[in-house]
Design a protein around this ligand. Structure first.
Ligand code: KG4
Ligand code: ZN
Length: 356
């Protein structure tokens, strides 16, 4: 007998995603993005994102059902990102998910967005080994996590960025270098013709007394801005390819160094890298090399599951349903700055959850 069919909804930033998962298997995966509408502002505009979710919600859910060949009454549970994220954007997704769950008379699960990123990899590579270290690197997050049973045990937050996220750093420096938005892919492309040793950009928080798992990228952005300014003040052309290659090298070095330090410290043999920045060619290559040298298995989901999507939320929902987790009450609300502790934002009523 096959397990419950779970519909997942994601709307925390500029992607409206709907995904359907059953027994850990992906049945549908549909995403609409409002990225183009934000491009001329150089970053996501919350009101525009919320409005775009409103337009895309129904078509995206309908397409996901079509893709899976299911009628709405075949859905057994709805999972939705309730935080963290942009408040207006989250509200639209949650309101839509509540309506679907209420109309169908099925349980609703509130999911932490970062737990979704972690679960994305299970749709491609199967269940996660316990424990594993997960590096989430996107435009909005840079977090290093220690994950055991994703839906039954607390997720240990090893470190976070103190300021900008890694993707945000790529986007901001790309702008300084005169490259288009989103900056990450543009930096990656430009870096192909550059020399990563041309500029000695700082490696923030990698000195002896520094927090081994915390990140900081705003200093790197300032260093890049100063470097560009030096050329401009002299009326010289900026060697953009060299700047891009050196920036990418610095980010890849810091991310992979800290992720592997965590694997060593916690004696973990699997590193999972998720989020848009996992697409970066240098981040992938350097992490792969360092993992191979350390005897650590590297898991990176395919790109379409790395960026924000509903399938990853459905993947968490599927695990929650199958683990017998308590659904959310229908008056559940969003939590735009939800701390990461449990995958479900309505945790299991275990003694440890009650104490938390
Ligand atoms: O996960 P994602 O699609 O959305 C968020 O949740 O933020 O990540 C988007 C981020 C952007 O900052 C983008 O510039 C970055 O991922 N990115 C890259 C690359 N592709 C996307 N950064 C570096 N190199 C890339 N190839
Ligand atoms: Zn995300």
């Amino acid at each position: 007998m096959s397990g419950p069919v779970v519909l997942g909804i994601e709307s925390s930033c500029d992607e409206t995603g709907a995904g359907i998962v059953r027994d850990g298997k992906l049945l549908a995966h549909v995403v609409a993005t409002s990225m183009d509408e934000h491009a001329r502002f150089g970053g996501v505009v919350p009101e525009i994102a919320a409005r775009a979710h409103l337009h895309s919600f129904n078509p995206v859910v309908r397409e996901a059902l079509d893709q899976a060949g299911l009628r709405p009454n075949r859905i057994d549970a709805v999972a939705v990102t309730t935080g963290p994220g942009l408040s207006g954007a989250l509200q639209v997704g949650l309101a839509g998910a509540k309506s679907l769950a209420y109309a169908a008379g099925v349980p609703l699960y509130g999911v932490h967005h970062l737990a979704g990123h972690v679960a994305a990899d299970t749709l491609e590579h199967g269940p996660l080994p316990s424990p594993c270290v997960v590096l989430v690197v996107s435009g909005g997050h840079t977090s290093l996590l220690l994950v055991r049973d994703l839906v039954r045990e607390p997720i240990l937050h090893l470190g976070d960025t103190l300021d900008d996220a890694a993707g945000e750093c790529f986007d901001k420096v790309a702008r300084i270098l005169g490259l288009p938005y989103p900056g990450g892919p543009a930096v990656d492309r430009a870096a192909r013709d550059g020399d990563p040793r041309a500029v000695d950009f700082p490696r923030p928080l990698t000195r002896g007394g520094d927090d081994p798992y915390a990140f900081s990228f705003s200093g790197l952005k300032t260093a890049a801005a100063r470097w560009v300014e030096k050329y401009r003040l002299q009326g010289l052309d900026v060697p953009v390819a060299d700047g891009a290659a050196a920036l990418q090298e610095a980010v890849a070095d810091v991310l992979s160094r800290k992720a592997l330090a965590a694997c060593r410290a916690y004696d973990v043999k699997t590193l999972v890298v998720v989020g848009g920045v996992a697409a970066n060619s240098r981040v992938r290559a350097l992490t792969e090399r360092r993992c191979a040298a350390a005897g650590v298995e590297l898991r990176v989901p395919p790109m379409t599951l790395c960026t924000d999507n509903g399938a990853m939320i459905a993947a968490v929902g599927d695990l929650l349903v199958r683990s017998g987790a308590e659904p959310a009450p229908l008056d559940v609300s969003i939590d735009p700055s939800a701390p990461l502790e449990y995958a479900s934002l309505t945790p299991l009523p275990t003694p440890s959850a009650r104490a938390a």
